[in-house]
Design a protein around this ligand. Structure first.
Ligand SMILES: Nc1nc2c(ncn2[C@@H]2O[C@H](COP(=O)(O)OP(=O)(O)OP(=O)(O)O)[C@@H](O)[C@H]2O)c(=O)[nH]1
Ligand SMILES: [Mg+2]
Length: 487
């Protein structure tokens, strides 16, 4: 048993789980976790999913819908009073009425969607009452990256953080943080201002890694990037210290203060999050912006792979963390989905899917996901483009047509956010491994032309009704995640 395993943690999870299951007998429910690193597309995915179900969108691969067995789907009050509600109406208004992307959401939120359906099987008709409540939980993937911290002492965390920062891909971002920590004496008396200076420069280094051009993924502690409502609290005001001496730190020293705060972070932030949220999930989708990483180059891709491995390890049993056994007992399906496939011509969708498969291969083969099925998918929760062909001389090129966001540029041309434009997005490499290689050695040119598009203008029917949001393979995702519960 690891040092951080306490009976109370397991007992609390078991109790929560039992309470969930008991109430689930009365009204069947399913907790669907939606995660991914920041900007991966969580908010857009949930909004599009709910909108398509509530408005009977086109979902041919979602069996229950296709066979006409869904009577209606509607929003209900969520079961957890202490979790912010997912602001579906605001996000939808942005997407549909203003045709802008919803704001970034930096914490956890939840929404209950209830589906009334007619079961295809006699047995289910008798027992489920034809209602399924899906509790959708949106939470930052960065928070999952904290799980390994539970197994690390402050000294180990410090050592690992400095090691990671020494990597070629990180070193130049950490220059200022190194300078500040070199000037700090771990054994000096604890001082709040020094702690704040260290935490600030450390956080700036973590943030710099997330900038667009770098697109690095694996930089815990997760709350330093996504503080939620903990911004500025002592549990978030610590940083690794270099060259810590072995053994007990001098009470009253800077190092001892940092250690105490690090432990507080684990106890008050990391553990409750896993216990109250992750341990109760039944299904999970992990969204991945593979294209952004590919655009940033091989080190970003390698970093994304590392992050995905860590994220997926949170859902598997057998490792040494304090709740995997309990988590695994519940999560039965995990979907890893590359979002934003609408940036590519459909000929490349399968290649994108192969790339995601490659990215999670190691995580899946190394881990034992017994009891849970893992699948991958290339999709777009909201399809912003349509396809066309353009003839250039004798060549016909497959292009995508959409309205680039204001300020986006291609070949020096700047877009105004109003004009529809045809773009040749380029092809993804046929060989997934090539995304890990440096450009010199890549035989196929991986350069995809990547511009952000505005959300689509929704078409109206002859009667003036607005159709639901267009998507790519959102129905496949739905079928995998909840289809069996509506059988
Ligand atoms: N074309 C296209 N763009 C998308 C899609 N989904 C997300 N995006 C883009 O990705 C951005 C981020 O999407 P969000 O849904 O806000 O991502 P998130 O994971 O909720 O991000 P945070 O709340 O910041 O963690 C959006 O502003 C869009 O520009 C999609 O299906 N198609
Ligand atoms: Mg969001």
């Amino acid at each position: 048993m690891g040092t951080f395993t306490t009976l109370t943690d397991e007992a609390k999870i078991a109790l929560d789980t039992l309470a969930d299951r008991t109430s689930a007998l009365v009204s069947p429910s399913l907790r669907l976790g939606v995660t991914g690193l920041s900007r991966a597309g969580k908010t857009v995915f949930i909004t599009a999913l709910v909108h398509n179900l509530v408005h009977g969108g086109r979902l041919p691969l979602f069996q229950a819908q296709k066979s006409g067995r869904i009577a209606r789907a509607y929003l209900e009050e969520q079961p957890d009073d202490a979790v912010p509600r997912f602001q579906y109406e605001d996000h939808l208004k942005a997407l549909i009425e203003e045709r802008i992307w919803p704001d970034s959401t930096r914490a956890i939120s939840e929404l209950r969607l209830t589906i009334e359906y007619e079961s295809a099987s006699m047995w289910n008709r008798m027992f489920s009452g034809g209602r399924l409540s899906v509790d959708i939980v949106d939470y930052p993937g960065e928070w999952l990256l904290d799980l390994p911290l539970l197994g690390k002492s402050y000294a180990e965390f410090s050592r690992d953080s400095f090691e990671l920062a020494q990597l070629e891909s990180h070193r130049d971002l950490a220059v200022n943080w190194f300078k500040v920590s070199d000037g700090a004496d771990a054994n000096a008396d604890a001082d709040e201002m020094t702690a704040q200076r260290l935490a600030k420069s450390f956080t700036e280094y973590l943030k710099a890694g997330k900038a667009d051009e770098r697109a690095l993924s694996t930089l815990p502690p997760g709350r330093f990037l996504m503080p939620g409502d903990l911004d500025g609290s002592p549990a978030l005001t610590f940083a690794p210290l270099p060259a810590l001496e072995k053994g007990k730190l001098r009470p009253g020293s800077l190092a001892a203060m940092m250690e105490r705060r690090y432990e507080a972070y684990k106890t008050h932030v990391v553990k409750p999050f896993f216990r109250e949220h992750i341990a109760r999930l039944d299904r999970q989708i992990v969204l991945v912006d593979a294209m952004q990483a590919m655009n940033a180059g091989p080190s970003a891709v390698a970093d994304l792979e590392r992050a995905l491995t860590e994220i997926l390890s949170c859902f598997r049993p057998g490792s040494t963390n304090f709740l995997t056994g309990l988590v695994q007992r519940r999560i039965s399906r995990i979907l890893v989905a590359a979002t934003k496939a609408d940036h590519l011509h459909h000929e490349s969708h399968d290649r994108l899917q192969a790339i995601v498969r490659r990215l999670v291969d190691r995580a899946v083969s190394r881990a034992d996901f017994s009891g849970a099925s893992v699948d991958v998918l290339a999709m777009a929760a909201v399809r912003t483009t349509r396809e066309a062909t353009v003839t250039q001389g004798k060549e016909t090129l497959p292009v995508i047509v959409g309205t680039p966001l204001k300020g986006e540029t291609i070949d020096g041309e700047k877009f105004d956010g109003q004009t529809e434009t045809a773009i040749f997005p380029g092809d993804l490499p046929t060989r997934p491994d090539s995304i890990f290689e440096l450009p010199e050695s890549v035989s196929e040119d991986p350069a995809i032309r990547f511009v952000r598009f505005r959300p689509p203008r929704l078409e109206k029917t002859a009667e003036g009704l607005t159709l639901s949001l267009p998507h790519i393979r959102l129905d496949r995702a739905l079928q995998f995640l909840i289809g069996d519960r509506l059988a």
